[in-house]
Design a protein around this ligand. Sequence first.
Ligand SMILES: [Zn+2]
Length: 409
Amino acid sequence: MKGTTLNSSLIRNVRPWGGEASDVTVTDGHISAVAPHNPAAVPEGEVVEGRGRLLLPSFSDVHVHLDSTRLGLPFREHTGAPGVWGMMLNDRNNWRNAEATIGERVETTLRMMIERGTTRVRSYAQVDVDCKLERFEAVVAARETHKDRADVKIIAFPQAGLLLEKGSAELLEESLKAGADVVGGIDPCTLDRDPVRHLDIVFGLAEKYQLPIDIHLHEPGELGLFSADLIAERTRALGMQGNVTISHGYPLWSVSEAHTRALIETWAELDISTATVAPGGRHQPPIVQLAEAGVRVGLGEDGQRDYWSPYGNADMLDRTWQLAFANGFRADTLIEHAVAVATMGGASILDRSVPGLRSTADRPGTQVSDVASFVLVPGDSVAAAVMDRPGDRTVLHRGRVVADQQQLL
Ligand SMILES: [Zn+2]
């Protein structure tokens, strides 16, 4: 009897995306049936009690620096100097003196993220002449520790640029040989001050190792648009459609409406995706227009309570609130859209076979054949859960409960 039911379980009495009370059957890590909740049924096999909570896809953090956090350590006064280089140096001068090893810090943060509902992760691992592959290896180790609880992809990230310090590009390549999943790049004009050489190295390595690209772009206005142009040009020339992500990019959207329209058109055409961290300040990526144009958009927590920033608490539901708040969303449908971005929007960046959101009304991730990675959370509605951010959560990864009440199982 067990042969057929071994990998099957029932998530009882949940409301997918706030809909009707349902019983969700999971087989081999995927949803095999969704039926109206039947309180009288006596199910066989494993049962997860939903208790009328919302059933949402688990969160996807697609822009997190697992190798820089200080979560769980004593709060530290912010000592960073302004600008990417100043902040990078602040981290470089201090990270080895943290109260816990880099391995412990990465593991703690990933664990806390899983406990709060994130089971899909795309993390940076800084690679430079100071840390070499030490931080990359710490992220690899944490991924291994939690491999049954979360899917983690690693972006080899040249935080200190590729041209300013001798040996940077070689170390980036070494991390790709060692198994990094994505090639990173950063501010090719303002940091390395040689956008063509920077991008040629990044795209060259991506082509050589057949890997996708993720570029941190904080460059202002016209300069940022120039870099975005060079990125699009290379994406087209190398046939890398669907394999390039521009992270942050918030200053790109403040030049003019015509530039914004053209950029959205280009990204939709080349399937260039974007990851936002819902930053403070005036400029936000236009996530509604991006969704309507079919551009993949994901959300991330960036560095969390680290040498760059005191913000962040491993809770993507909090960051979803921030995304809704920063965009001035009030309508329930837009607040729910923020949840869709934070869950399946990011999932579609991690795995290009997962479709991106098609509109602000799209609520994917809880239908038959979808991967059974969920967070159960109480709430009168999805928007209410974003406002209240309750702690009563149950987290499933590929059909298995991996955390409950913010504790790993
Ligand atoms: Zn970042």
